[in-house]
Design a binder for this molecule. Structure first.
Ligand code: ADP
Ligand code: MG
Length: 592
């Protein structure tokens, strides 16, 4: 059953701490055993008292003292074991909850962009929180309560056969009926609860989506519509949740009734056995005690199982994410790319996104010599950005290969590959942290001097020190407290500080107005010096200075050469220059 598989996996996550778990299991066995001794001792006392009229008072007192002495010892040991179990369980569960969050977080961050494209970040966070909550509760309750219940039912229940096998069989039958009933309900509610959980996740996803785009929501007066969307899903949650709740309410009532029923059954059968000389009064008392104890435990077990059932989908989602694999696996013997010169080659690279939209790149081949700049031009959707994401190995080519200094990207560790490539995008993608922290992202060990130098080169130092707290100013979510040009110069400083031999500028200046672009353009020139640079741009000035221009059309390179050669050819590139590449900035820069 799915249930046990997930449950087993949850316990398996304890990993090396399974030794502590073993101790806990042992302590639990002691707890369970001692709890069983209670009714047994009680039965003995009842037997002793019911036979007291035939005994001398000295002997009676002596025997009673023995029994009571054992009873006290049992009680104290029970308390101590319970303290041990409770303390260790709490620690174990808390520790592993935090560990599991960390594991999930790191795993998700490492998953390919293809995964993140399809999955809401709100959903991912909800899955992390509710998944680890589920794990926590399962560990806690399992080791604190449920393990002793399982051990009682599995080991101690059969042992009652030695006390009085007839009464023991009655007890075992009662427990079996109880378990069967619970199992039936569990089956009934399994699928329904899964649906509820799915709806809960989309509830979180919808909320996250709306909150992330709150500006759009407000300016397009989407408030009522978004509210309705949320309300509709919430309604569905309720509609699907109610039938499940009915079943569990039934279980709740039945379990309450069942301990009374069990005691009555034992009294009735016991009395009959007693009359026929097959059970003593003490034994009946013992079995009544055991029945109440066991059914009580099974009651909590049933509510635990039900709570686990509510958590099961959350746990499954959590595990499903953990099982998601990278589409760009690293080889076991992957080499570190150490200080490459920066020669980049595409050899007959073809590529198609896995969602099956047809080929995006076809037989793309080119060679970028170290330290030169290569401009990629072409209409939107021609495949320029895709080619660059292959270079960072966000995806692997469907055929052909890409090399840096002659090494296939697939033979290089992802870390070393990406630490040798710097990116500046159209959107600067800054963290909601201080300016300093954002700069240090690419090189956490940079000194203050290095950081400042990078900022001066990127023409960013001046505006940074004018901020309220200088380099320690918080810049707001996605850097909203800065202007577009400032954000971009910060992103350029960040790339400068990382100091990679290979650089990709994907429409780095497209979102800026002409004057700002001129300033940023100077910063970019500083950044490009001495690096193999790929520029995707719509400005004539940037393209004109490139050592090599690649003209993309529908995933193919249709022309290739330097600016003057291409212009002289009067082909596709000449057309583009006429229609697309705007000359405005060129004049501005020239005029300065
Ligand atoms: N993550 C993606 N999943 C599926 N298709 C994509 C993805 N990114 C881009 N595409 C498609 O690939 C083609 C090339 O896109 P892109 O490389 O971004 O072009 P460019 O940067 O030249 O404008 C487009 O048709 C686009 O729709
Ligand atoms: Mg693009």
């Amino acid at each position: 059953m799915r249930f046990f598989r997930v449950y087993g996996r949850v316990l398996g996550l304890l990993g090396r701490d399974i030794r502590i778990a073993g101790f806990l299991a042992f302590a639990n066995l002691i707890v369970a055993g001692l709890q069983f001794l209670d009714p047994v001792l009680f039965g003995r006392v009842v037997n002793l008292l019911s036979g007291s009229d035939k005994m001398e008072s000295g002997v009676l007192w002596h025997q009673a003292a023995w029994l009571l002495g054992i009873w006290v010892a049992v009680g104290i040991t029970g308390i101590l074991s319970n303290i041990f179990v409770a303390l260790q369980t709490e620690r174990l569960s808390h520790k592993h909850r935090i560990n599991s969050m960390g594991k999930y977080f790191q795993h998700v961050l490492a998953l390919p962009l293809s995964f993140h494209g399809d999955t809401h970040s709100g959903r991912l966070i909800k899955q992390m929180l509710s998944g680890t909550d589920g794990l926590f509760a399962t560990w806690l309750v399992f080791f604190r309560d449920q393990l002793s219940t399982i051990l009682s039912a599995a080991i101690l229940l059969p042992l009652t056969l030695f006390l009085n096998w007839r009464l023991a069989l009655v007890l075992i039958a009662l427990v079996a009926i109880f378990l069967t009933f619970t199992a039936i309900v569990v089956r009934k509610t399994e699928t329904a609860q899964r649906r509820v959980e799915g709806l809960n996740s989309s509830l979180a996803g919808t909320a996250q989506d709306a909150l992330a785009n709150v500006m759009v929501v407000q300016s397009f007066t989407r408030l009522p519509a978004e509210g309705k969307l949320f309300g509709d899903i919430a309604q569905q949650v309720i509609r699907n949740q109610f039938p499940v709740l009915n079943w569990w309410a039934l279980v709740n009532v039945m379990t309450r009734a069942s301990s009374t029923l069990a005691v009555i059954t034992i009294v009735v059968v016991g009395t009959w056995l007693h009359v026929n000389g097959m059970a003593s009064v003490g034994e009946i008392v013992t079995f009544m005690g055991i029945a109440m104890l066991l059914i009580g435990k099974l009651e909590t077990a049933a509510s635990f199982v039900s709570s686990l059932f509510f958590k099961l989908p959350a746990l499954e989602d959590y595990f499903a994410i953990l099982d998601a694999r990278s589409s760009v696996p690293e080889k076991d013997n992957a080499r570190t790319l150490w200080a490459p010169r920066g020669e980049v080659r595409f050899e007959d690279v073809s590529f198609e996104y896995p969602n099956g939209g047809g080929p995006v790149l076809s037989d793309v081949s080119f060679d970028a010599r170290p330290g030169t700049s290569v401009a990629l031009v072409g209409h939107t959707g021609a495949g320029k950005s895709t080619a660059m994401s292959l270079l960072q190995r966000l995806w692997d080519p469907s055929s052909g290969r890409i090399t840096i200094d002659g090494q296939d990207l697939r033979d290089i560790t992802l870390d070393s590959l990406r630490s040798n490539i710097g990116m500046v995008f159209q959107e600067s993608l800054l963290f909601n942290r201080t300016i300093r922290e954002n700069l240090m992202v690419g090189r956490p060990d940079a000194t203050e001097d290095e950081m400042e130098r990078a900022c001066r080169m990127a023409d960013a130092h001046e505006f940074i020190i004018r901020q309220a707290n200088g380099y320690d100013t918080m810049i707001g979510e996605r850097g909203t407290s800065l202007s577009g040009g400032q954000r971009q110069r910060l992103a350029i400083a960040r790339a400068l500080l990382k100091d990679p031999p290979i650089l990709i500028l994907d429409e780095a200046t497209s979102a800026l107005d002409a004057a700002t672009e001129a300033r940023v353009g100077r910063a970019l020139k500083a950044l490009m010096a001495g690096r193999t640079t790929f520029i995707i741009a719509h400005r004539l000035s940037t393209v004109r200075d490139a050592d090599e221009i690649l003209v993309f059309e529908e995933g193919r390179i249709v022309e290739q050469g330097n600016f003057d050669e291409l212009l002289a050819r009067e082909g596709r590139f000449a057309d583009l220059v006429q229609t697309q590449l705007s000359p405005s900035v060129h004049h501005l820069v020239a005029a300065e």
